[in-house]
Ligand binder design. Structure first.
Ligand code: G3H
Ligand code: 13P
Ligand code: ZN
Length: 335
């Protein structure tokens, strides 16, 4: 049993309370490899932001669970080395699919887990969520649960259709599960293809697809039912069109990729939404930088040559999100 506090990680409790009060959101960035992790930590340190390092089931399969857990431990030391005396880093399981997966992560030193029972019948979702919460709280690990279904198809997280969270269920769900935060569905979705072209309008000036707005009425109704309770948004990449263009100009073929406009995320971050999940934008930044570098330097074959600009590009993107979208810069308790 690894005590996350002993390796310098923190849970989400104080972080979320401060974010809800302060009208900003904590960035939850997924990582699968060293370059992503370095870029996230460099960005968090430079902006003096708390940060959630997220690990999905797919990431654990790709990189190895033990390695990822030690990378997170290394991340704390790395942040200190970069000059942050008291880093606030959460190691979080993203979309835990069973009690066993959540328990395994808690035992390995995660400071926060998500149990995602959103595709299950309501009572079953409550039953397993409660089981995870009871185990996690013994070790002061915080738990995110989910109500409502996000659309979108991603390797490990898929749903044909979205169902907005029903505000009339949230009090019963939060009180019976004892969860520390609640992921809700208000129109975001996973991946780089968040909306079908027929769901969008077309901007006459640019010819770009404009997605339908998020259901802020659902968010407001949830907030009224659970005042001050930490709310989480998944599927919150914005799919920057300049990155999509760079990928396509350098041999890629991303058609009709569209994300959540940043102004809408900014608005959400000012509400009880205190954790915003971003993964696809990192994938796009990395891929765009690598494709561009490869096209410009066909003679390069040392991975450091193309991973360095890729890491720089992700870092720039994370800094932009922290300062201009989530507003979590300069929000460390100390430093
Ligand atoms: O929510 C999904 C995350 O983007 C993780 O994706 O399961 O492909 O690692 P992944
Ligand atoms: P994106 O695919 O929009 O980046 O969402 C990531 C996410 O929700 C991770 O849980
Ligand atoms: Zn997600």
């Amino acid at each position: 049993m690894v005590d996350y506090k002993k390796i310098g990680l923190v849970n989400t409790r104080a972080m979320f309370a401060k974010a809800v009060d302060g009208g900003y959101a904590i960035p939850a960035f997924n990582f699968n490899n060293m370059e992503q992790m370095q870029a996230i930590i460099m960005a968090a340190v430079e902006t003096k932001s708390p940060v959630i390092l997220q690990v999905s089931k797919g990431a654990r399969e790709y990189a190895n669970p033990t390695l990822l857990r030690y990378m997170a431990e290394g991340a704390v030391e790395y942040a200190k080395e970069l000059g942050c005396k008291h880093p606030e880093i959460v190691l979080h399981l993203d979309h835990g699919d069973s009690f066993e997966t959540c328990k395994n992560c808690i035992d390995m030193g995660f400071s926060s887990v998500m149990y995602d029972g959103s595709a299950l019948p309501y009572e079953e979702n409550i039953r397993i969520s409660r089981q995870v919460v009871e185990y996690a709280h013994k070790y002061d690990v915080t738990v995110e649960c989910e109500l409502g279904v996000l659309a979108g198809v991603e390797d490990e997280v898929s749903a044909e259709e979205s169902h907005y969270t029903k505000p009339e269920e949230v009090i019963d769900f939060a009180s019976r599960t004892g969860c520390d935060s609640l992921a809700i569905s208000i129109g975001t979705s996973h991946g780089a293809y968040k909306f079908k072209p027929e769901q969008c309008t077309v901007d006459p000036q640019t010819g770009r697809l404009v997605p339908p707005p998020l259901a802020f009425d659902v968010l407001e109704a949830v907030e009224k039912k659970l005042p001050g309770f930490p709310i989480v948004l998944h599927g919150s990449s914005s799919v920057p069109q300049d990155e999509v263009d760079t990928i396509n100009a350098n041999g890629g073929a991303l058609k009709a990729a569209v994300g959540i406009p940043e102004e809408q995320l900014r608005k959400a971050a000012k509400s009880a939404v205190c954790k915003i999940n971003i993964d696809s934008d990192s994938r796009l930044a990395m891929t765009a930088a690598i494709r561009k570098h490869m096209a410009e330097h066909p003679d390069h074959f040392d991975p450091r040559q193309y991973l360095k600009p890729a890491r720089e590009s992700m870092k720039k993107m994370y800094i932009h999100k922290i300062i201009n979208v989530l507003g979590s810069n300069n929000k460390l308790q100390e430093n």
